[in-house]
Design a protein around this ligand. Structure first.
Ligand code: BTN
Length: 266
């Protein structure tokens, strides 16, 4: 397996590249999302990996704590796929991460829309920055943060009850580049489906490892709070809830928080 060194741009054809994606490793940066935006014009497909981020960004403008040891990366893609497939890009990434973590022995589940959890605690988050022009995607930047090789105590105190790391679960470190390889391998497969608009494949695979499926959940959304049984993923990548008034579709853009009923919650 090829190792990606600090500051090195690994060229096309390395053993990491399933379909010739360049990888750029930066030891320390503010955020790989910023780097990705800066070099967007110069590349078609690129993965930017950071050893450590000082100003990591999360969904809904939150900060993302990214200490050394984690796997922090942004994937730049310029794909020709129709706009209605867009929500499935980040879902496909979350699915790929969950499957890759499972291949390493973790009991990982997808918490809709873009989180991966183990024992209900967050181990990965996915962030999408998508630009659409003329009904097509001009570019996509998917930011992925996986809590791999560090102690929970290296995260802010307020996250220590809701997050988890690979190292804390397995008791040993995973090779981040090998894990990235596992993720990208799966993601490439799902992208091929999306290019053909086969979103049902992603929906079906997600539903197999969807956290809270067939359980009672509460979706706190911009336009209200909805309670129901989580039934699966809708045609647009939405969440399907069986409420007392029938099936309710929740769009990820409107979701603030999803609470899943477990023995310890609610
Ligand atoms: C979330 O809020 O759940 C999404 C978190 C995404 C974090 C990743 S880490 C790599 C990339 N760079 C960033 O600054 N954010 C994303």
């Amino acid at each position: 397996m090829m190792r990606v060194k600090s500051g090195e741009c690994v060229s096309e054809g390395s053993s990491l590249t399933h379909s010739l994606i360049d990888f750029l490793y930066i030891r320390k940066t503010r955020s790989t999302m910023i780097v990705a935006k800066d070099i967007l014009k110069k590349c078609k497909k690129l993965v930017i990996i950071a050893g450590h981020q000082t100003r990591g960004v999360g969904r809904r403008g939150r900060t993302w704590s990214s200490p050394p040891g984690g796997l922090w990366f942004s994937l730049v893609l310029k794909l020709h796929i129709p706009a209605h497939v867009v929500p499935f890009l980040s879902l496909a990434m979350a699915l790929s991460v969950a499957e890759a973590l499972r291949s390493k022995g973790l009991n990982a589940w997808i918490k809709w829309p873009n989180d991966v959890v183990v024992d209900g605690k967050k181990i990965c988050g996915v962030l999408a920055d998508v630009k659409i022009s003329h009904e097509n995607i001009a570019y996509t930047i998917l930011g992925v943060g996986i809590n791999t090789n560090f102690y929970l105590r290296n995260l802010p105190t307020e996250l220590q009850n809701t997050a988890v790391t690979v190292f804390e679960i397995l008791g040993f470190k995973l090779d981040n580049i090998e894990l990235l390889d596992e993720v990208m391998h799966r993601f490439e497969k799902y992208i091929a489906y999306l290019k053909n608009e086969f979103v049902h494949v992603i929906r079906k695979e997600m539903e197999k490892i969807l956290y809270g499926k067939d359980e009672e959940v509460v979706a706190i959304c911009e336009k209200g709070v909805f309670k129901g049984i989580l039934k699966g993923i809708g045609l647009s990548g939405s969440l399907l809830l069986e409420t007392k008034d029938g099936i309710k579709e929740i769009e990820s853009s409107s979701l603030k928080k999803l609470l899943v009923k477990t023995l310890h919650s609610f």
